[in-house]
Design a protein around this ligand. Structure first.
Ligand SMILES: Cc1cc2nc3c(=O)[nH]c(=O)nc-3n(C[C@H](O)[C@H](O)[C@H](O)COP(=O)(O)OP(=O)(O)OC[C@H]3O[C@@H](n4cnc5c(N)ncnc54)[C@H](O)[C@@H]3O)c2cc1C
Length: 443
């Protein structure tokens, strides 16, 4: 397959977009607003654990749907980070200020905010206990704690060393994204051996490791140092992406771009000062790989408080990671009907993206209201997952799929698996306003 060049169609799209960026964003975000007239009267106390995208989005929706409810949000984090922007910061496209906001600016008026972490979930007692020992009882609970990045599974890894000795990762924080770009920028001037890794666990935005690979290769090409460079992607799995058509498309592009792939190679250890990575195969053999530049993606699991609680899956594919045991269609807990899950914490087949929260937050909020009103949750979430997969600066494909891995394109002007300027423009310009609208409960 050849890599797309800018086509006249792209230029038309570009002109249309540049001329009507506001309209484009509005169209992308357009959805019927909730009927304000049908607010349910209740004195219920709803606790929301986690104030990232999912927690705040559901809190804002509930205030539109309920009258008289008490909402308490628990999370120590005060900065709100637009995580989908990290890949743009880490590849030198955006300044870091674009991914930093204040959580306080988005929480609904009247909600209480406990600036602490939930240390223990006691669903049988309808209560949570915070790290400082405060026991908070609830009538309904929304779990929105996101993922835990399990760096401890990589021997020798030290996230504070990101930015030194060629070590990078887009995942931990805005600071790590900044340090990743500084390191990539220095590396591309000379080129050398680059290694990019993928663990075997579920990931938030499983497209991010691929975007980092495409963009690194593009930055080397721009700097004219490709000839003296080798880019190799080490996957702990037998593929690089869980949806087959996307996987095949990416591999075909990488073949054309000269990006190598090694399969079933899990990053077991790293010698940061010595710039050597050790990969383990499923059979137990290990291979030591020297590098000049490495991008590390951490294994992910549920935070300890969920993993060690009765809310986690006890058997099946999501038990090892301690993910939340929700019904994949209603997002209601399978054993505790007054508990719902939103976002990355859910133990569902796919769905760890902000786009998933956009589609599922209205469903979770409505289902909570249904349960309060004594009705059965009636909507079915299809697992919508999406991310614009950047293939080079100025070009991305918009990947959208459901639980079954079926492509579910929503925009008629975008061909799935076709990279172009429109996908890039969405990522670069339209998706942050759309994210903010989701956060504020407006779409
Ligand atoms: C590098 C990167 C690139 C991405 N790119 C995209 C993209 O292009 N498109 C896309 O749609 N999505 C993307 N995402 C994914 C998207 O950001 C997440 O799916 C989304 O933020 C999930 O929201 P959440 O509320 O579940 O988790 P988060 O937003 O991570 O929030 C979780 C919150 O829970 C809190 N918490 C954790 N434990 C506890 C506890 N015990 N008690 C209380 N609070 C707790 C945390 O402090 C945090 O504030 C990307 C993510 C990353 C990291």
């Amino acid at each position: 397959m050849s890599i797309e060049k800018t086509t006249p169609l792209d230029i038309n799209r570009r002109q249309w977009l540049l001329g009507s960026a506001g309209t484009g964003a509005a169209l992308w975000m357009a959805q019927p607003q909730q009927a304000q007239a049908t607010r349910l009267q209740t004195k219920a106390h709803i606790v929301i654990a986690g104030s990232g995208l999912g927690g705040i989005a559901v809190a804002n929706r509930l205030t539109q749907l309920l009258d008289g409810a008490r909402i308490t949000i628990i999370d120590r984090k005060e900065e709100h980070n637009y995580q989908p922007g990290y890949t743009l910061v880490a590849t030198g496209v955006w300044p870091v200020s674009k991914v930093r906001d204040r959580n306080a600016d988005f929480q609904p008026v009247g909600a209480a905010w406990i600036k602490d972490m939930v240390a223990e979930f006691d669903p049988a007692g309808n209560a949570v206990v915070t790290a400082s020992g405060q026991r908070v009882s609830y009538d309904f609970l929304v779990v929105a704690t996101g993922t835990h990045q399990d760096w401890a599974q990589i021997e020798g890894m030290d996230t504070s060393a990101i930015g030194k000795e060629g070590l990078t990762s887009v995942y931990p924080s805005p600071e790590a994204a900044v340090a990743t770009w500084a390191t990539m920028d220095a590396f591309r001037k000379k080129g050398g051996d680059a290694v990019l890794t993928l663990p075997a666990t579920p990931l938030k935005c499983a497209g991010a490791p691929l975007k980092m690979t495409f963009m690194l290769r593009d930055r080397l090409a721009q700097a004219g140092t490709l000839a003296q460079s080798k880019v190799t992607f080490y996957s702990a799995l037998g593929n690089v992406f869980g949806v087959k058509v996307v996987n095949d498309n990416v591999l075909s592009r990488w073949q054309d771009l000269g990006i190598g792939v090694e399969y079933t190679q899990r990053l077991q250890a790293i010698d940061i000062g010595g710039r050597r990575a050790t990969f383990a195969s499923p059979e137990g053999s290990t291979t030591e790989v020297p590098y000049d530049f490495i991008h590390v993606v951490p294994p992910m699991r549920a935070p300890d408080a969920i993993k060690n609680s009765d809310l986690a899956w006890k058997s099946g594919p999501f038990a090892a990671g301690g993910w939340l045991e929700v019904d994949k269609e209603t997002l209601q807990h399978r054993r505790y009907p007054n508990v719902f899950g939103i976002g990355d914490i859910n133990g569902t087949p796919r769905g760890k993206t902000a786009a998933t929260v956009k589609k599922s937050a209205p469903i979770v909020a409505q289902h909570l209201v249904d349960v309060m009103a004594g009705r059965q949750p009636g909507q079915k979430f299809d697992g919508y997952t999406s991310c614009p997969l950047i293939v080079k600066e100025g070009s991305a494909m918009l990947i959208e799929f459901d639980y079954e891995g079926r492509l579910t394109p929503t925009l008629p002007m975008i061909e799935p698996l076709q990279a172009g300027y429109f996908g890039w423009f969405m990522k670069y310009r339209l998706l942050k306003p759309a994210y903010m609208a989701v956060l504020k409960g407006r779409v």
